[in-house]
Design a protein around this ligand. Sequence first.
Ligand SMILES: Nc1nc2c(ncn2[C@@H]2O[C@H](COP(=O)(O)OP(=O)(O)OP(=O)(O)O)[C@@H](O)[C@H]2O)c(=O)[nH]1
Ligand SMILES: [Mg+2]
Length: 189
Amino acid sequence: MVRQVADRLEFLRDARSVLRKLPAVDPETPLVAMAGAPNVGKSSLVRAISTGRPAVREYPFTTKSVSLGHITARYQTIQVLDTPGLLDRPDAERNNIEKQGLAALEHLAPAIVFVTDASGTSGYPLEVQQALRAELRARYPQAPWLEVHGKFDLEQEAPPGEGALAVSATEGTGVDELKQAVIAMLLPG
Ligand SMILES: Nc1nc2c(ncn2[C@@H]2O[C@H](COP(=O)(O)OP(=O)(O)OP(=O)(O)O)[C@@H](O)[C@H]2O)c(=O)[nH]1
Ligand SMILES: [Mg+2]
């Protein structure tokens, strides 16, 4: 019998080793996810506003799986989820790294901080990032949403959109405002 279901047992063994590496998200604690195209500075912002310490590198798809940091405010905790970069393309063409990010948005239903990089250094044009933003907004219309315009120490191709927070993770400008905006969004009152 064991031999008959051997391939399924093997799948379960593989699944266990993958699942073991995922962070334990507490469903009772407020959750916000940093989302956006690859290389726009999501992980840098997670590091800047939370206890999370995801790797930061100058190339896309540095973040290959979700990870968690925390913010403590008013004696309460907020979970901050770093997610892999997403490209503006149909799901069928998305790679497994992107799919993990989408699965997190889908199943954990976090509030979303969407990061746009209009400095031209991410490698992903503004139009691509804007199309991705429109897709995510349409896909998760219920998600509390915060718009961030990153790498603001660099020259920008476009001004921050209305209501967007201009921030620089490297120089620290706007980082406190971002943290306070996240707290206000998740711990109202
Ligand atoms: N000048 C400047 N560079 C930044 C800023 N934030 C991030 N970077 C740089 O942009 C690159 C990508 O940063 P990450 O934080 O790894 O970006 P990411 O969106 O997490 O990237 P992926 O995980 O690959 O999707 C790194 O070289 C960072 O040093 C910023 O505010 N200003
Ligand atoms: Mg990253």
